[in-house]
Design a protein around this ligand. Structure first.
Ligand code: AMP
Length: 591
């Protein structure tokens, strides 16, 4: 296939607003392509060559790409940079300049999809002292034979800026439309949730249809999207919602890990699909030693332990294990344990469709518990009083609260979904009106007084998975210590955006905008209707959104969460519903 056909489709998608129209464009395109090429096409439409959990990235720096464009079109680098300063996107710079060059070039060879995949793979794999040169050479080679639109997307892909707006959900819609029916859509989504590999799902459905999709199960090496919990404001409501009887487990305050224990080694994934194996080599090794089966996938919470007392330590301590350098020291200085709470697979058997009691039993049977490898403390609770007692013992053991889990026959592991089969209840709920929020930074305001010349406050947003938009809920200026204020530019400036990012919905205008990437944990006093914040606009009341009042940063940067895993707008609506509403007046929106 010619790469231009794909680039033209990207172009069409980019100029289309609605999800339905995008789905139709993609479905038609998918139907027409060679099935063997579909996998690459799907990855490329997300700006990648591999599934999300693949650790390596293309990541060419903007300046290197500009230099390559300059060489390709025979223009001084400074001129190309000038244009970039005006436009801001290396892709558009390439498009404008290549457009001019193209008219003057006599000989060019067809740029096929195969050539592009090969070229990009070579860029990704370039190593060593002259890796920059190698990357430039590969890109120049492709740009030489590219038309303007093709060049735009090549440069966006290599700089990690591919955003045509077609998210995973739209691609799944399009696959259903192209190769199955609307009714099959949930089954296709399940195949994605258990493999996190959109390319694999696309190839499977195109080649084997729905039978092959139904046969997709969890597999060692492909992370499974994690199951999530709903929340309720009191233990008695938790027990009632569970039908008067449920399991309760301690809710540990650490880092969630999904361990893929294979014959040849162990791989640990975070809940956002990053590879954490090098951060917890001791846990990986202990799991292998203590696992009685050849292969297994389990989940657990990694918690830091006080080296002398053996007490569990709060979350901040285990984050020392997440740094990139000095891991040997961290492994020595910060002892950890894994508290296992689920098993998804063992020796060829997909266990995600088994009930919670069956999985818990299988988990115990598949491991020799001891040392670093522990089970979560669990009790079957049959009344609110028993629940309160268990909660008190969880807090006394330095846990955050409890996780209630349904014992019903239908209590399967629902990959990628948040529901009432698991319900969390945390200590914070007793102190403030609401749970903590994990919010995404989308903008910043310059500080005044002591904070002059720095970012003084941040514009924070929740995520709406339906629309894919980040909607603002508060201006956050409390809870920052000096160290955090000083560290803010390093943390945030990579995401600086000259204009409001297209995925952000905001009325309040900050001094600078950021692409939504950084997630911060925030506590607050109250959720109120807001005339200025855009979350759940018009849902509770016309011409009003929901804002959170008196927000305070807890000091916790949730780098274990991707922006799409932040608190959702729907969660905020349901938390708002849980509050008592003495006054429903609009807040002034200043928080
Ligand atoms: P939250 O991050 O507040 O949404 O709470 C859900 C998280 O609690 C999960 O993703 C796990 O990381 C963590 N967790 C701690 N203990 C348990 C447990 N016993 N069962 C399930 N999740 C747990």
């Amino acid at each position: 296939m010619l790469y231009s056909e794909l680039a033209d489709t990207f172009d069409k998608l980019e100029s289309t607003g609605g999800r339905l129209e995008m789905t139709a464009i993609m479905a038609e395109f998918f139907r027409g392509v060679d099935r063997k090429e579909l996998r690459d096409i799907v990855y490329l439409s997300q700006g990648k060559l591999h599934p999300d959990f693949y650790p390596q990235e293309l990541g060419m720096a903007d300046r290197l790409v500009l230099k390559t464009i300059a060489i390709t079109v025979g223009m001084p680098e400074a001129k190309v940079e000038d244009l970039w300063t005006k436009i801001g996107d290396p892709g558009e710079v390439a498009e404008q300049l290549i457009g001019k060059k193209k008219q003057m070039t006599l000989f060019s060879e067809d740029l096929t999809l195969e050539r592009v995949v090969k070229g990009l793979t070579a860029i990704e794999n370039a190593e060593g002292k002259d890796s920059q040169d190698k990357k430039m050479k590969q890109l120049a080679n492709m740009l030489h034979d590219a038309g303007p639109v093709e060049a735009r997307y090549l440069c966006r892909i290599v700089t990690g800026r591919m955003r045509v707006g077609a998210g995973t959900m739209t691609i799944l819609d399009a696959l259903a439309e192209a190769f199955a029916t609307k009714e099959d859509r949930p089954v296709i989504e399940r195949a994605f949730n258990v493999t996190c590999d959109i390319g694999l799902v696309a190839e499977t459905i195109a080649e084997g249809g729905m039978d092959a999709i139904r046969a997709i199960g969890v597999q060692i090496g492909s992370p499974v999207k994690v199951m999530l919990a709903e929340r309720l404001p009191s233990i008695s409501e938790v027990v009632a919602k569970m039908g008067g009887r449920c399991a309760m487990e301690y809710k540990y305050d650490g880092i969630r890990v999904q361990a893929h224990i294979g014959k040849d080694g162990v791989k640990l994934f975070s809940r956002r699909l990053e590879d954490l194996t090098s951060n917890f080599p001791d846990i990986a090794q202990s799991l292998r030693t203590r696992c009685n089966s050849e292969e297994a996938i389990i989940e657990g919470e990694c918690v830091a332990i006080h080296p002398e007392t053996g007490f569990m330590l709060p979350f901040q301590n285990v984050t020392h294990r997440r740094k990139k350098h000095g891991m040997d020291d961290a492994v020595r200085d910060v002892p950890v344990r894994i508290f296992m709470f689920d098993i998804l697979y063992a020796d060829g058997k997909d266990m995600t469709n088994m009930s919670y009691p069956e999985r818990r039993k299988a988990l115990e049977e598949n491991f020799s518990i001891g040392g670093m490898v522990q089970m979560t403390t669990m009790k079957v609770v049959e009344s609110p009083e028993e629940g309160e007692e268990f909660f008190a013992s969880a807090i006394a053991s330095r846990c955050e609260g409890i996780m209630a889990k349904s014992l019903a026959p239908e209590s399967i592991y629902r990959a990628g979904s948040r529901g009432f089969l698991w319900i969390k209840y945390k200590k914070d709920y007793q102190q403030a009106l609401t749970d903590s929020f994990d919010l995404v930074v989308v903008g910043a305001f310059y500080g005044m007084g002591k904070r002059a010349g720095r970012y003084g406050a941040l514009l924070m947003a929740a995520f709406d998975p339906e629309s894919g938009m980040f909607e603002t809920v508060c201006k956050l200026g409390t809870g920052f210590d000096d160290a955090f204020l000083a560290a803010m530019p390093d943390l945030l400036d990579d995401g600086l955006s000259e204009t409001k990012p297209s995925s952000v919905q905001a009325e309040m205008v900050p001094d600078v905008w950021f692409e939504p990437t950084v997630v911060l944990e925030v506590v607050a006093a109250e959720i109120t209707l807001s005339p200025i914040h855009t979350a759940a606009w018009g849902v509770i009341k016309e011409e009003a959104g929901l804002g959170i009042r008196f927000p305070r940063f807890t000091g916790r940067v949730r780098d274990d969460k991707s922006p799409e895993q932040a608190t959702t707008v729907e969660e905020i609506v349901s938390m708002y519903g849980m509050q008592s509403h003495d006054s429903d007046g609009l807040s002034d929106g200043s928080e």
